[in-house]
Design a binder for this molecule. Structure first.
Ligand code: HPA
Length: 242
C-alpha cells in the first residue's frame, strides 16, 4: 500500500475514486480516503482534515502516521506548501525536500518513543527521506528542484522577517509548518517517505514589504502536477524489494 499526504491546497486527489474511511489508532481516530478499483492500493490522507479545519500545530501527526502503518502503507509522499527563503525554490516551483530543520519547539506529540512500554529509541535522521522514492520523483519530472532544506515552524502564524533571516542563516531554503514532524514520525514508523515542497510565496521580508501569495489558479495547476508525479513515483520507484 502507498499513500499521499496532502496539505494546504491539496485536500483531495483529482481523478482518484476513493471512499472516506475512519481508522482507529491508539492515538485517536483518523479520517482518510482509500482508493477503489485501479487505485485500491492508494490511500489519501488530508492532514488538515477534509474541510481544512485542523491547524498545523494541532494536527494529530502520530495518529495519522499510525493509521497509514495499520493499513499496511509502506511508502508515502507528503506534499507541503512553503514560503521561499533562498533562491533555490522560487514561488511557483516544486522541489524534493532533502533535509529539514525542526523549529517547532517540542510542543507537539512528535515521537512514538515516549518511554514506558514504548521504550526509548533514538531514530537516525541523517537520511530522513527515502533516496529511491526521491529518484522516482525526479524520474517523473526532471525539472524538480533538488537539495532543499525545509525549516518547520510551529505555526499557525507566519514568521517575522527577523525569524526568516535567522532561518536562512541556519541553512533553510524554505519554510513550512508540517514536514519535519511528519517525516520524522514516518521514519520512526519504518515507512519509506519523501516530501514534495511547492512554494506559494516569498517568506516574510525576503521580497517586498508584505507576504504575497501566488494566485489560486497557479496553485491548482501545481497541485494537479504534483498529484501526477506522486502517483508515478509511488507506482514506479526504484526499490526492487518493494
Ligand atoms: N511560512 C510558513 N509556512 C508557509 C509559508 C510561509 O511563508 N508559506 C506556505 N506555508
Amino acid at each position: 500500500m502507498k499513500a499521499i499526504i496532502g496539505g494546504t491546497g491539496v485536500d483531495s486527489l483529482p481523478g482518484i475514486e476513493a471512499e472516506r474511511t475512519l481508522v482507529s489508532t491508539p492515538y485517536g481516530e483518523v479520517e482518510l480516503f482509500k482508493g477503489r478499483g485501479k487505485d485500491a492500493s492508494l490511500v489519501f490522507l488530508p492532514r488538515h482534515g477534509s474541510n481544512h479545519e485542523v491547524p498545523p500545530h494541532l494536527i494529530n501527526y502520530r495518529a495519522n502516521i499510525k493509521a497509514l502503518a495499520l493499513l499496511g502503507v509502506t511508502k508515502a509522499i507528503g506534499i507541503y506548501a512553503v514560503g521561499s527563503i533562498s533562491n533555490l525554490l522560487q514561488p511557483g516551483k516544486i522541489g524534493i525536500v532533502e533535509d529539514f530543520i525542526d523549529m517547532t519547539g517540542g510542543g507537539r506529540n512528535h515521537t512514538f518513543f515516549t518511554g514506558g512500554k514504548e521504550l526509548v529509541r533514538h531514530v537516525a535522521m541523517d537520511c530522513a527521506f527515502d533516496p529511491a522514492l526521491n529518484a522516482a520523483l525526479l524520474d517523473g519530472d526532471s525539472s524538480l528542484v533538488t537539495g532543499g532544506v525545509y525549516c518547520c515552524t510551529n505555526g499557525p502564524r507566519l514568521e517575522t522577517p527577523a525569524e526568516i533571516r535567522c532561518y536562512g542563516r541556519l541553512g533553510a531554503d524554505y519554510v513550512g509548518m508540517t514536514c519535519a514532524t511528519e517525516a520524522s514520525l514516518a521514519k520512526e514508523a519504518g515507512l519509506r517517505f519523501a516530501g514534495l515542497a511547492y512554494s506559494i510565496n516569498w517568506a516574510a521580508g525576503v521580497e517586498g514589504n508584505t507576504v504575497q501569495f501566488i494566485d489560486d489558479c497557479a496553485i491548482e495547476k501545481l497541485k494537479d502536477h504534483m498529484t501526477n508525479i506522486c502517483l508515478l513515483a509511488l507506482g514506479d520507484d526504484h526499490d526492487k524489494n518493494d
